[in-house]
Design a binder for this molecule. Structure first.
Ligand SMILES: Cc1cc2nc3c(=O)[nH]c(=O)nc-3n(C[C@H](O)[C@H](O)[C@H](O)COP(=O)(O)OP(=O)(O)OC[C@H]3O[C@@H](n4cnc5c(N)ncnc54)[C@H](O)[C@@H]3O)c2cc1C
Length: 277
């Protein structure tokens, strides 16, 4: 089936993109890497929209060192995130996550901003930015807003981005010395979406644990985090089981996903402590 498109316009600047969205009166759709949007259009899950192509906007690209934080442009492609020297040095969780995302062709086109805006509950980057305590920056007709990652992901494919707004960048705190960041997941085949996945960040200030593919949106496991801060791994695994309500579907049962979450937490902690996963 061919994609159904109402129209297409390539934005020449962020302001132009915002004007195009405003002129579409609710029918505008941002096109970044197209790896999720075009697939949805091919399946007629998205039709009749004006596609506003932001893929060439330099304002939304690149990675910059802003002192205590890294600013990652929304258009940074997955593959480029994985090999960026600043990301590898200061936010290694994001670089590691790239290895789990889809296949090379998709990683070469898909963008980190697109992955976060799309908010697939099984996607890796949303859980990563949640674990890192990132800030999401959006621009819209009434100016710019900064949204904590914890308030950004609202439901399946739903975020705090409002109509006419564009996600422009993500800022993440730079890893402190001795900080450990790891991602673990289980998928049926390499490149498949995970049956369950977990990110662990171990900082001086405490642990941060997020999970993906276990609910309608990425989840910050605050009970498990508190138990890990107290040095109680068994308690953290028990807390995790209590705070997750995963779905059962054709891929895995809720009970299996809950079990996997505990296994992934033990693996992640072993890695942060220098042990074998
Ligand atoms: C076969 C296949 C397997 C995949 N496997 C995985 C996987 O294992 N893990 C994973 O995480 N992902 C996976 N993906 C999804 C892939 O990572 C996508 O690239 C990503 O989800 C969307 O990024 P994009 O830049 O292509 O966004 P697009 O497809 O262009 O857009 C996706 C949605 O986000 C909106 N959007 C995009 N950018 C912005 C922005 N800057 N501001 C506001 N809204 C925006 C669009 O309007 C659209 O609604 C897979 C995709 C395919 C086709």
């Amino acid at each position: 089936m061919k994609a159904s498109v109402g129209g297409y316009a390539r934005a020449s600047s962020l302001d132009h993109a915002l004007q195009l969205l405003a002129s579409a009166e609710g029918a505008g759709r941002v096109l970044a890497g197209g790896q999720s949007l075009v697939a949805a259009m091919n399946m007629r899950l998205s039709t009749g929209d004006l596609l506003v192509d932001i893929s060439r906007l330099s304002e939304l690209s690149g990675v910059s060192d802003e002192g205590d934080t890294l600013r990652i442009g929304a258009l940074k492609r997955h593959a480029d995130v994985g090999r960026d020297a600043l990301v590898c040095a200061h936010a290694p969780l994001l670089a590691e996550a790239v290895h789990y995302i889809a296949h090379a062709a998709i990683r070469n086109r898909g963008t980190i901003g697109g992955a976060c805006a799309h908010a697939d509950p099984a996607a890796e980057f949303p859980a990563c930015v949640l674990a890192l305590g990132a800030t999401m920056h959006v621009a819209g007709p009434h100016g710019s807003r900064a949204i904590p990652a914890e308030d950004f992901f609202e439901d399946v494919f739903a975020t705090a981005i409002e109509e006419g707004e564009i996600l422009t960048a993500i800022t993440v705190p730079k890893a402190g010395s001795g900080e450990a960041q790891v991602i673990e997941e289980v998928a049926r085949r390499s490149g498949d979406y995970a049956l369950a996945g977990l990110c662990l960040v171990k900082r001086d200030a405490g642990h941060r644990v997020s999970l993906f593919s276990v609910g309608p949106k990425p989840i910050l496991a605050t009970g498990a985090m508190a138990a890990l801060d107290a040095g109680d791994l068994d308690g953290a695994v028990a807390a995790l089981a209590g705070e997750l309500d995963p779905p059962s579907d054709t891929q895995a049962s809720a009970a299996y996903r809950r079990h996997l979450a505990g296994v992934l937490l033990r693996r992640a902690v072993a890695r942060t402590e220098g042990g074998k996963a």
